[in-house]
Design a protein around this ligand. Sequence first.
Ligand code: NI
Length: 167
Amino acid sequence: MAILPILQYPDERLHKVAKKVENVDGSIRKLVKDMAETMYTAPGIGLAATQVDRHIRLIVIDVSETHDDLRVFINPELLKTEGKEEHEEGCLSVPGIYEKINRAERVTVRALDENGKEFTLDAEGLLAVCIQHEMDHLLGKVFVEYLSHLKQTRIRAKLKKHRREIL
Ligand code: NI
């Protein structure tokens, strides 16, 4: 297993649109393992392949407190969304920034697991928020892009300053 570098906003590569996974093979399973290790080490609760500069439709999520409930979604599709919820979100590609974002409260998602087996999942709460956040990454969208331009400019300035300080 390996820890992969995570692209940092506003890296342009975070705006690439991910392609469908054609074959769930050994190389995909290896990437799943590396992404899981990267996510747990960060630590974070979700990671999209886009964030590790692999532009395919693959996400890993674990919202459990015990970090033993890894969920893998390959070629995820939202079949249904219901309700509305405001939730404070963060992102491993936008460290230290937390903002309230509107999402659907419940979602039904269909995807393949790491063995290529199709499943359908009804999710709510944090898991539903996380699925929507990670699926946005696959479309090249970072959560701060839901905010006003003024807020986005402030966030970029803050990240730039922070990066200078740690150099
Ligand atoms: Ni994110």
